[in-house]
Each structure stands twice: as C-alpha cells, then as structure tokens.
Design a protein around this ligand. Sequence first.
Ligand SMILES: Nc1ncnc2c1ncn2[C@@H]1O[C@H](COP(=O)(O)OP(=O)(O)O)[C@@H](O)[C@H]1O
Ligand SMILES: [Mg+2]
Length: 318
Amino acid sequence: MDEGEKMADSKEEKIKGLEAELKKARKTLADFSLNLKQAHAAIIQQEKLAAIGQLAAGIAHELNNPLGFVSSNFMTLGKYVEKLTACFNLVVEYSKQDEEMEENSKAGHLFRYVEENDLAFIIEDMGDIVSESRQGLERMASIVDNMRRFSHIDFAGKIAPYDLNEGIANTLVMARNETKYVTEVETAFAPVPQIQCRGDEINQVLLNILVNAAQAIAGRKKKGKGLITIKTHADDENVYCEITDDGPGIPKAVQDRIFDPFFTTKEPGKGTGLGLNISRDIIVNKHKGELSVSSKKGKGTTFLIKLPLLFQEEADQE
Ligand SMILES: Nc1ncnc2c1ncn2[C@@H]1O[C@H](COP(=O)(O)OP(=O)(O)O)[C@@H](O)[C@H]1O
Ligand SMILES: [Mg+2]
C-alpha cells in the first residue's frame, strides 16, 4: 500500500466515523422529539382530568342557587298544601252537614264540584307529589354537594387536610355511572388520619383506577355483575388504599408497561393510555407516595396506593 492509498483509507474511516456519529445524533433527536410529544400529550391529558374536577366545581356552583330557592319554595308549598288540605276537609264536612243539599244551595254546588273534579284524589296526590319531589331535591342537593367536595374547589389546588375515606366516597358518587351497570362496589374503611395533600389530584387518581376497574370488568367474558372492593387502613407513617376488581387481570408482560405513557389495550377513543402514567406522577412524584399493582390473569387486579402522613413537612421545605 503506498502513501496515497493509506490516506484514502483513513479518510474513508473518518467519513464512516462521522456518519455513525450523525446517525447517533439523529436517533437522539428522534428520541427527544418523541419524549417531547409524549410530555405534551401527558400535559393535555392532565389538564383534561383536572378539567373534570373544575367542571364539577362549576356545575355545583351554578346549581346551588336555583336548588336553594326551589328547595325553600317547596318547603313553603308543603306547608300551603297542608293548610289547603285541612280547609278542603272542612268544606267537605260542612257540605255534608247541610241536610238540605238542594240542587241550588251553595253547599250542594260546592259538593258537586268536589265530586266531579275528584278533588279528594287531587288533595291526596298533592301531598305525595310534594314529599316525593322533596326527596328528589334532597338527592340533587347531595349530588351537588358531592361534586363540590370531589373537586376540592374550596382549597383551589392547594395542599390541605384530606380524608381518604371521604375522598373515596365522593369519587364513588362521581364514578357511579361507570360502575353501576357492571359491578357491585364494596367498601371496608378503617379509620384513617387526615393527610396533607392536593385532594383534587388524589381524587383524580382514585377516579382513574376505579374507571379502569369498571372498564376491565365490563370487558370480560363472564356474565353477571363484577365486584370492586375498596379498603383503607393506616399505620404510623402512611395511609393506604387498596382497590381490587375481579376483572380479567393483567398478563405479566403487560403489567410491566401499564404505567408507560400511551400504553393502552383499549380501542381508540376509549383509552389514551395516560391515566396510570399521570396517576403515578401524582402519587409518586408529587406526593412522595407509592402506587403498585398486583394481578392474576383471570382472577383480577389490585392497585395499592400509599400516601405519607407527613407530606406537609416536605412540602413546606420546598
Ligand atoms: N383494573 C385493570 N384490569 C385490567 N387491566 C387494567 C386495569 N387497569 C389498567 N389496566 C390496563 O392498563 C392499561 C393502561 O391504563 P391507563 O393508563 O389508565 O390507560 P387507559 O385506561 O386509557 O387504557 C389499560 O389499557 C389496561 O390494559
Ligand atoms: Mg384509564
């Protein structure tokens, strides 16, 4: 090999090296761009989830006022109905006492009107309508109250005292439409101390895990309703929430990926694959807790949330 050939060889090597570097740089750039895209989508989803809470808070606020005056009017109406009923009974009684009851006597006239229009039925039904409607109003008021609590709007995203059992109960009402047709829900709440956290975010996590459980049960082949069990307990350092479903379970290979952004086994439009990724971010990164899963194929799945009692102290140091 003469000098010229040697030089050409080393040039070629250099070029090859540069090409390899370029390839690596391109790959880094592609990875970076993918990460960016995923982060972007995760933010959008997080905002969507937060929006559920805000929406609930807004609706609760809007409904509160009309619900207030309709309820109060109904109380008054109830009292009026009572008085009118008493008056009606007197009218009937007095008309009967009018022995003449002639065709053209006033009492006879009144009596016939009462009979022809079935006022006895109307009076009775009016009482039923009032009391039934009052129950409906009470239920609406409790739903509104629940939406307010679920959204934690009173604390506006701040770290505040949070009762896990209450959070679960509120979230269950919000998720009722997802759960009620497909599964029974049983709760076993142990007394737990209040923790310091962002309650709206913890409720988002609970909602996501609950909806996942209900969707898993709905998607299984077995007939009949499923069962979701929610247990809580506490020790000196943490509170725990365990949500178990008797759905199809998660195969081992899939279990390793469920917390990855965009990992979903649901059809497009049903799942984004971001729910558990965001849930883990909320529990692990934002609240220094733990979120773990155990599952047996064909048997069901359990998600365990662990939240520290002393989060406030850490947060204060931030
Ligand atoms: N309780 C469960 N039972 C079975 N599979 C589950 C359960 N919870 C989550 N998964 C699996 O984890 C995947 C990711 O869940 P998630 O991050 O909430 O996204 P998504 O619900 O949008 O699919 C789901 O698509 C499903 O395959
Ligand atoms: Mg989900």
